[in-house]
Design a binder for this molecule. Sequence first.
Ligand SMILES: [Zn+2]
Length: 406
Amino acid sequence: MRAACTVVLGFCAMAAKKPAGNTQFPAREILAQLRARERSMLQLLGEFVRSESFSYDKKAVDRFGAMVAREWKRRGAAVRVLKNKDRGNNLRIELHAIAAKSQGRILVLGHLDTVYRMGTISKTPFRVSAGRAWGPGTFDMKGGIALALYAVDALRALRIPVLKNLVFLWTSDEEIGSAASRATIESEARKSDAVLVLEPAFGAEGKLKTQRKGVGGVDLVVTGKSAHAGIDPEKGVNAVHELALQIERLMRLNDRKRGITVQTTVIEGGTVSNVVPETARAEVDIRFTHLADGDRLQRKIHSLKSALKGASLQIAGGVNRPPLERTPAVAALFAKAQALSAEMGLKLGEASTGGGSDGNFTAAIGVPTLDGLGCVGDGAHSPHEHVVIRALPERAALIAGLLATL
Ligand SMILES: [Zn+2]
């Protein structure tokens, strides 16, 4: 029996290209390996996209989850289905690096669900044209899940050792706030040294997201009193009027310089045109760059008082996702990714975004998080959603590099 067998993600590799923990990752070879598999990646992406997975349809999300689980099992990974009662099940996949010698762990995060109602695929089918792959969920983020599979394949094909254990967590309800997965995400993150989030990249250049705003949502319900609008309006309390005054107050909470946005995005109220409306309601979207601002905004909004005599306010909701702040540890992760890209002859930039992801949760508990590592493309949550095909191998190679060198 040979003693010095290095286990490379489950494979015994006597002839590993480089010693474990190296900084000279064979970046160009990995990229070439993945470029040769571009068609295969595209085919798998097509299969993923055709298996619709609307967040609110548990059966559909579970069906897609089973498809993803099969792919990982074929690669010898340990797959655990973490059951959810109402939402789709989460998938936890673990790949052991070097048995009994692993030095820490990397968590890779993504989601199985999409924002698209069932049947969307028949209106906007998966298709390939003009160097892009189109379809619901291509970009956000079934492409990201495909990238992870091919990143692991490439590491194995080139027998590149990975020192850390790798845990891939594919959740089921990211698009609807992650209530069913948040605790799992946070507990997995706490056991990890770094979190890589395979959400879509930023912009046409495929920038990584090193800063994300925190996100919240507030429901404001106004109760007034109805009366005839023409005969005796003074006997009523106009809930729509009250709501308008509150919206004006909410607008004043905006502070662009501090990165705070407060926007009333949905309103409804009243019944018919000649009745003073008794009720009105609004949905308010809040975003903030600093955690403390989120708490402050929440307190301010909850302490709003009615302006009209006889009107009352009911306020529910608040901060949903804390911000992903660009800490020195996040910057260091990005620098690593940038260096890997440079070795491949590619440029990599970083960006901040107003949109939240599950990376917000992991960053907020202090685990260095690098987001936007998924596909390059555009049109998330729209009929024009697509990914750039040429960039698929590039992104998979970057992910492979991070998995092997972090
Ligand atoms: Zn997403």
